[in-house]
Each structure stands twice: as C-alpha cells, then as structure tokens.
Design a protein around this ligand. Structure first.
Ligand SMILES: *Cc1c(COP(=O)(O)O)cnc(C)c1O
Length: 387
C-alpha cells in the first residue's frame, strides 16, 4: 500500500518499528540455550507488567485460547461459577465455562455499563454454602469500551473462596492491574492489544490458590495444560513449538515498556482516551460508556440518528485510510469503536477526528469542520509537559 493506513482498532494494534524489526530475527532452536534466555527474559518482563510474583505462562494462541486455559485448568464439570458479563467478551467467557460443563450463574449488566459491585456482593452473600468456585470477569470490555473495577471486585470477594478469573486481553499493559496486591488469581491477556505485537501468544498468570485448584480440576486438557507449561518453563522450554517471532518481538516491546515505565504508559493511555472523547463529544456524538467507567483502550461511539455505523466505517476506511471497529452482536451497525491503545500517538487521534468530521459531513450529519479537532487539541495542549 502506498498511503499510510491508520489502524485505529482495539486489536490488532499498530506495531512499533523496533518491534517489527525484532519480529524478523532469525529463528532459533526452541530446545536450545538461546531460547531458554529468551523465554526467561520475556516471562520476567511480562510479570513486571502484571505486577506479580505469581507464575505467568506464555501460550501459543490468541486471547481466547488463554481464556479457555483459565477455565480448563482451574475448574471441573459441575462446578458452580459466577459469570459477570458487560458485553460480548463477558458472554464468551461464560460460554467457554458452559462448554466444559460448569454450572454458570450469569449476571448480565447493560451494555455500556460496568459490573455493579452491589449485585456481586448480594450474590456472594446469598452463596451461604460457598458453592461458587470462581468469579469470571472481563477487565476491559472491548465490545463496549467499559473498564471494570477489579480492585473493588477483589475487596467484595473478601474471604469467599471463589477464584477470580480475569479476561484482561485488552486491559493489561493499558490500564493498571496490581495482580498480587489485588489478589487476582488468574489473569489472561494476549499479544495484539496493549503489548503491541502481532497476534499469536497469550499470557496467563496463576496464583498459589489457583494452583491448588488446578490439582483438583478434572476438566479435559492437553494443549492448554498449564501444569505442563510450568514444568517445561522450569527447564527454559515450552511443551510445544512456541511462536518464536512473537517472543523476540515481545522482548523488544517489553524493553519499550521498561524504558518508559508503566506509570507513563498508563497516563498516556488515559490521555489518549480523553483526547478521543473530547473530540467526538464536541461533534455532538454520544458515547456508549459514561466517563466514570470509560476504557483507556477503546472508545465506543453511537452513530448519529439516521446514519449507519457501517457507512461511517466504510467511508473512513475507503476515503481516509482510517480503520475503525464496528459494533458486535446487538450493537452491530449502531456504534463504531476507536481503538487508541498501544503504539498510537495523540496526533493519530487528531487525524482520526479530522477524518470523522469530513465523513459525517458527507453523510449528511451537521458538522462544523474543525470543532472536534479543536476540542481534541485543547486536551493535548492542557496536558503539555505531562507527557
Ligand atoms: C480481543 C479480546 C479477546 C479475544 O482475543 P482473541 O485474540 O481474538 O482470541 C477476548 N477478550 C477481550 C476483552 C478482548 O479484547
């Protein structure tokens, strides 16, 4: 392609040039000493992002494989689980548990809102025999652009023995997660969102309590067996041939994280969110999520009355080379989503808002050209020096 494309998706996200170069390093023997150094280095680096001393296993899979691993390693058919869903990915987590025969008590919250912790509190209080073996939760619901309060959830769990299993595929490396301090048992994430590398690896952290549950789990597993992954990691290997290029890319992405520090990354992500929302709101557009629960990774915007979201995304892509995501399931053709995680800059968002203004105007929505860009610029200038 000759023209530059703006990949404003909540995954896969753009890959920094340094990481692209690292992806093309020559392949190495995955049973040899260089691989041992590589896997140990990236595992330590991923633990730094997780803020954990727990084990973290790296699997050759997309994020969903990591979610499946979180179910099959720590649960068994017949186990009761509390699944908290605020959107399409929360539904997916519940479905995986159902697929393996768990008895899923699913609580659905309106799409665009976060988990209401009072509801969870009541559910746990009603569970007098402590039957729930796990609570399934999405950290950042990519389908709606809403972030759940993991710290609050952990506090509400208190001394209930249920494990907390977290899908943070689009959250980790974007928004702060203190795995150990917040007592989060299992957290799943994947390469192609905040970690800025191409899809192909997933990460799963495992607390000591979760390992105790692993010993009791009778769910069938082979490819996803984390006990096997842990044994191999102890010798600097993986049970199957790993995605070696993703791991050399990951090593470089983790260096970028370390150079900048995670506080910088988290602050930058919030800043990109605020620029995006200010720009879109100034055009009179409605956000799906309230400010208080808005994701730092992705912003979901309602298409204006009478205009199809798909028409917006089509024009943005075909005429301006800006690639946005659409709505999923019941939000299909109703919202569009702007991803702003990973290797995205404030000026990428200005370009996106500028293209959005022209797109909407051409589709017949009243826009004062420059209004959204101006609001976005004002946020950028107000934070100058901070980043
Ligand atoms: C992207 C995503 C997934 C799925 O990941 P895949 O890599 O497509 O399997 C799961 N959960 C959330 C929250 C996501 O954003």
């Amino acid at each position: 392609m000759y023209e530059k494309e703006y990949l404003m998706l909540p995954g896969p996200t753009p890959v920094p040039p340094r990481v692209l170069r690292a992806l093309s390093e020559p392949l190495i023997n995955h049973r040899g000493p260089s691989f041992k150094t590589l896997i140990e280095e990236v595992t330590e680096g991923v633990k730094y992002v997780y803020q954990t001393k727990n084990d973290v296993l790296i699997l050759p899979s997309s994020g969903t494989g990591g979610m499946e691993a979180a179910i099959v390693n720590f649960l068994s058919a017949g186990d009761k689980v509390l699944a908290l869903s605020i959107g399409a990915f929360g539904d997916r987590f519940a479905t995986i548990a159902q697929t393996y025969g768990c008895i899923v008590d699913k609580v659905d919250f309106e799409w665009g809102t976060a988990v209401d912790l009072n509801v969870v509190k009541a559910k746990l209080a009603a569970d007098v025999n402590k039957e729930y073996k796990a609570i399934l939760v999405t950290h950042n619901e990519t389908a709606t652009g809403v972030c759940n309060d993991l710290k609050g959830l952990s506090e509400i769990r208190g001394d209930h023995p249920a494990l907390i299993l977290v899908d943070s595929v689009s959250g980790l490396g974007v928004m702060e997660v203190k795995t150990d301090e917040w007592g989060l048992d299992v957290i799943v994430t994947a390469a192609q969102k905040g970690f800025m590398i191409p899809p192909g690896v997933a990460f799963v952290s495992v607390s000591p309590r979760a390992w105790a549950a692993y010993e009791k789990s009778t769910a069938p597993k082979f490819y996803w067996d984390l006990g096997s992954a842990k044994k191999f990691l102890e010798k600097g290997q993986t049970p199957v041939t790993p995605a070696i290029p993703q791991l050399t890319g990951l090593r470089e992405a983790l260096k970028l994280f370390r150079e900048k520090g995670m506080d910088y990354i988290f602050a930058k992500q919030l800043y990109l969110r605020d620029i995006t929302r200010a720009g879109a709101k100034a055009l009179g557009l409605k956000m799906l999520a309230d400010d208080a629960v808005a994701s730092a990774a992705v912003t979901a915007v309602w298409a204006p009355e009478g205009i199809e979201a798909k028409a917006i995304n089509k024009k943005m892509r075909e005429e301006y080379n800006v690639v946005l995501a659409g709505g999923q399931k019941k939000l299909e053709n109703k919202i569009f989503r702007i991803g702003h995680l990973g290797y995205v800059q404030h000026l990428d968002i200005l370009a996106t808002i500028g293209a959005l203004e022209m797109t909407l105007k051409e589709l017949g929505y009243p826009v004062e050209l420059g209004a959204g860009v101006k609001a976005a610029q004002e946020v950028i200038m107000s934070r100058k020096g901070l980043l």
